[in-house]
Design a protein around this ligand. Structure first.
Ligand SMILES: [Zn+2]
Length: 305
C-alpha cells in the first residue's frame, strides 16, 4: 500500500504489487491541510493522451502548490501499455475497470483493481482518466457516478461541471472504479477525451492537462479558482449500439456530430460488401464515441449516441 509522504515532500516510485508489473506512482503532500485526491490514468493501457497528460501534471506539480495530498498512478496498466493492447490486462484478458470489488474473480486484473480500491479508501475524491481506446474515437465527455448517496452524487456532478467537455453522463456501470467508489461514499469522475487510433497529439494532451488542473483546483488541492468552460457540459442519456455479428463496420457518423431520429448511423457488411445489418438512430442526439476499426465482432459497441 502507498502512503502519502511527509508534509512538503514529493515522491516518484515504481510500486510493486504482488508479482505484477510495477506501477509508476507520484505522491505529493502539501504543507497545508486539504483533501487527498487519487488520480489514475491508463487503466486501459493504450489510452495514451490521458497517460501522457497525467505524467506531465505529476512531473510539474510541487508540494509548495499542493494542499492536502495527491496520489497519481500513470498508468495503472503498464503491461497493456507495453503490449499496446486495448481495454484489457494482457496477462488475463480482463478489463480492470469492470473488476472493482468483484469477489468472484481473483486473477491479475482483479488484484490491480483491488490495489486501486485500497487507495480509494484513503482518498476524498477519485479521478479516473480515459481516452479513446485503440479502435475508438470519442467526443470529450465526463461521467459522474449515480451510485452514491445524494451528497456524493452532487459533489461528483459539481466537479464534472468544471470539465471542458460538451457532454456529461450519469453512469452506473457495474464494477467500474467510479461506480464502486461512489457506493462507498467517495465522490468520483471519469473523463474520456482525445486520441484516435492510438495517436497522442500534443494539442489534446494540453487540453487534458487543463481539465486535470481545473478539477484539482475545484477540489481545493490546488489554490485558486478553476477556469470554467465557456459552456458547462450538457447532461445526456446515451444509447449503446452493439453489433449482433462479426463483420465489416462502416459508420456514417462521427463523434461530436448531431444525429436525428431515423438517420443512418452505419452498416455492417460481409467481405463481399453485402449489407448484413443497418443501424438507424432511434432518437435525436449527438454521437459520443464509436468504433473506428473496420472489423466488428459480435457484442462490440459500435456507437454510443
Ligand atoms: Zn478507457
Amino acid at each position: 500500500m502507498i502512503s502519502l509522504p511527509a508534509p512538503g515532500l514529493k515522491r516518484q516510485d515504481m510500486i510493486d504489487i504482488d508479482g505484477l508489473p510495477a506501477l509508476p506512482v507520484t505522491s505529493i503532500r502539501g504543507l497545508a491541510e486539504g483533501p487527498v485526491v487519487l488520480v489514475v490514468s491508463g487503466v486501459h493501457g493504450a489510452e495514451y493522451v490521458a497517460i501522457q497528460a497525467l505524467m506531465e501534471v505529476a512531473g510539474g506539480l510541487e508540494p509548495s502548490v499542493v494542499r492536502g495530498g495527491l496520489i497519481m498512478i500513470h498508468p495503472v496498466n503498464p503491461e497493456g501499455f507495453r503490449e499496446r493492447r486495448a481495454t484489457v490486462l494482457p496477462k488475463d484478458g480482463r478489463n480492470i475497470n469492470s473488476l472493482f470489488y468483484d469477489d468472484t474473480y481473483d486473477g491479475p486484473a482483479a488484484r490491480i483493481a483491488r490495489f486501486v480500491a485500497g487507495l480509494q479508501s484513503t482518498a476524498d475524491f477519485y479521478l479516473d482518466l480515459h481516452t479513446a481506446d485503440l479502435f475508438e474515437e470519442t467526443a470529450p465527455l465526463v461521467c459522474y457516478p449515480a451510485t452514491g448517496n445524494e451528497e456524493v452524487t452532487q459533489a461528483s456532478r459539481q466537479a464534472a461541471l468544471v470539465v471542458d467537455a460538451p457532454l456529461m453522463i450519469k453512469s452506473s456501470m457495474a464494477g467500474a472504479g467510479i461506480t464502486e467508489a461512489a457506493k462507498r461514499g467517495l465522490p468520483a469522475l471519469l473523463i474520456k477525451r482525445g486520441g484516435i487510433g492510438g495517436a497522442c497529439p500534443e494539442a489534446e494532451v494540453d487540453l487534458y492537462r487543463k481539465d486535470i488542473i481545473n478539477v484539482l483546483t475545484h477540489l481545493g488541492v490546488l489554490a485558486g479558482k478553476p477556469i470554467l468552460p465557456a459552456r458547462p457540459p450538457r447532461e445526456v442519456f446515451p444509447l449503446y449500439l452493439r453489433s449482433a455479428r462479426q463483420g465489416v463496420w462502416r459508420p456514417s457518423v462521427s463523434p461530436g456530430q448531431a444525429v436525428a431520429a431515423g438517420q443512418l448511423l452505419g452498416v455492417i457488411t460481409d467481405f463481399f460488401g453485402h449489407e448484413a445489418e443497418r443501424f438507424m438512430a432511434e432518437k435525436d442526439g449527438q454521437v459520443l464515441y464509436g468504433l473506428t476499426a473496420l472489423s466488428a465482432s459480435e457484442g462490440d459497441i459500435l456507437l454510443v449516441y
